[in-house]
Design a protein around this ligand. Structure first.
Ligand code: AMP
Length: 462
């Protein structure tokens, strides 16, 4: 399934708004429409079509759901209207909202038709839409505005915020409200044996942020069963690296994954994966040799070993990784090919903060000044991409332009290079898609980033 993402605003102020919203979501989530995520319920004053708060009306409970569907905008709207009609909604201009469903946006479409304008023409001025929307899709760029939802929410006048409060958790259908926690191999095997296919697996080290969650969303859209693994793999950290202080946020991760409707989370203990006597390792060469492989000896051996074990145990039809760790993705694709693992490896685009910083669990180590310094890396990569866009093809000159940007910021640089995305070898002349890739050190933190300098075939598909 290559479903489009759509956003639907839901509101209710009848006798039992949370129940009405839960029921509407359950109805929405059937057949060729799948609810992938839902924000908490926010309560605020009734606001009429011209934006005036009506204090003579019952407060409204609002949320926004992310759905995946192959439907056309018109066919999705029809489903929303049918749900409203089934719940007894009467559109008479009054202040009673048994249930109200608005289609906010569908993919990158812009539609102007009778009774159907996308994106929804009033969605950007409404705090009760933008706040919950920003909770589940902060970086979704609202078509025609060139700005992500979070920027629109942050631009709301301050006075709008205090009157709107989150009042209840997301009303996802009860059977999926809590992701299943699998704490050992036995539980994992039992889950895997009965999981409907295709099974998607997202390996992570936890401390989940929107970059990880984008992988989970993609898996949710493409797979019948979604398993996320959370394991801080000691094997890929050298002595003196940040293994002990690596962030661990299990409870928040569990909640985020429940909201996204992942089916299960595998959280093995280190001695479950590496019991007493463990002595066999996967030693990748080729793509693993330069860059991170040279800077962090043993790192890719640790990554390849743990991912090979996770692939053996979970047997995914599809497993999802981020382009953010481009060399890791190349090493894992090589491992997958060379050792005949089944299924497909899917590499997803990097998710960035609004200021351009690639999201990373390690960003939480940075204070404000360090964060500003950290941005010099994404700027340097951008400079390199711009040089290529302007027609420069000489690898050394392109790298020099990036270095000049980093020198200006005076941040220690482990490397900054133009590379072939699969082989991880230097590119002397740009004749095909290539990656600009670099690592800088900000305080005690190493930060990695990369970007395409010439788009891969088929666009920026990761
Ligand atoms: P980690 O927990 O850091 O090992 O990351 C788990 C997976 O999430 C890896 O495949 C990463 O490449 C991916 N990932 C981490 N950060 C991002 C990001 N900002 N955008 C997309 N994917 C990411």
């Amino acid at each position: 399934m290559t479903a489009d993402v759509a956003y639907v605003a839901l509101g209710a102020n009848g006798a039992d708004p949370p129940a009405a919203l839960a029921e509407a979501l359950a109805s929405l989530d059937s057949g060729d429409v799948r609810v992938a995520a839902c924000a908490r319920l926010y309560v605020g004053p009734f606001v009429d079509a011209d934006g005036t708060a009506r204090h003579d009306a019952a407060p409204v409970w609002n949320t926004v759901a992310e759905v995946r569907t192959d439907r056309t905008p018109r066919a999705l709207l029809e489903r929303l209207l049918a749900i409203e009609a089934a719940a007894g909604r009467v559109r008479d201009g009054g202040t009673e909202r048994t249930i109200d469903l608005d289609l906010l946006a569908l993919g990158d479409r812009r539609v102007v038709e009778p009774q159907l304008t996308l994106p929804h023409p009033r969605c950007l001025g409404r705090p009760f839409v933008l706040r919950p929307w920003a909770e589940i899709a902060p970086r979704y760029v609202v078509p025609g505005t060139a700005a992500p939802v979070i920027a629109h929410a942050d631009a709301l006048p301050g006075a709008a915020a205090p009157r709107l409060r989150p009042a209840a958790p997301a009303p996802l259908p009860a059977h999926t409200a809590d992701v299943v926690m699998l704490e050992d191999t036995e539980a994992l095997c039992a889950w895997r044996a009965s999981a409907p296919g295709p099974v998607g697996v997202v390996p992570t080290m936890g401390a989940l942020h929107d970059g990880h969650l984008a992988l989970v969303r993609r898996a949710r859209a493409e797979c019948a069963s979604v398993l996320v693994t959370l394991f801080v793999n000691p094997l890929q950290f050298a002595p003196g690296e940040d293994l002990a202080r690596y962030p661990r946020t299990l409870e928040a991760d569990r909640r985020a994954l429940s909201r996204l409707r992942a089916d299960a989370v595998y959280v093995p203990a280190p001695d479950d994966l590496y019991p007493e006597g463990f002595a066999t390792y996967v030693e990748p060469e080729g793509a693993a040799q330069g860059y991170e492989g040279a800077e962090r000896p043993g790192h890719f051996r640790g990554v390849a070993t743990v991912v090979a074990k996770l692939w053996q145990r979970t047997r995914p039809d599809r497993s999802y990784f981020g382009r953010k760790d481009a060399q890791q993705a190349a090493v894992l694709r090589q491992l997958h090919r060379d050792l005949d693992f089944g299924g497909r490896v899917v590499v997803c685009p990097t998710v960035r903060d609004v200021d351009g910083l690639a999201l990373s669990s390690r960003n939480r180590y940075l204070d404000d000044d360090q964060r500003r310094l950290a941005l010099s890396l994404s700027r340097a990569l951008e400079v390199m991409a711009r040089r290529v866009a302007e027609g420069e093809t000489d690898g050394r000159r392109i790298e020099a332009a990036g270095h000049a940007e980093l020198d200006g910021a005076a941040v220690p640089t482990d490397y900054l290079a133009l590379v072939d995305a699969e082989r991880m070898t230097p590119v002397a002349r740009v004749t095909a898609p290539a990656l600009a890739m670099g690592v800088i050190r900000v305080g005690a933190t190493r930060l990695l980033d990369n970007r395409w300098v010439a788009p891969p075939p088929g666009g920026h598909a990761g």
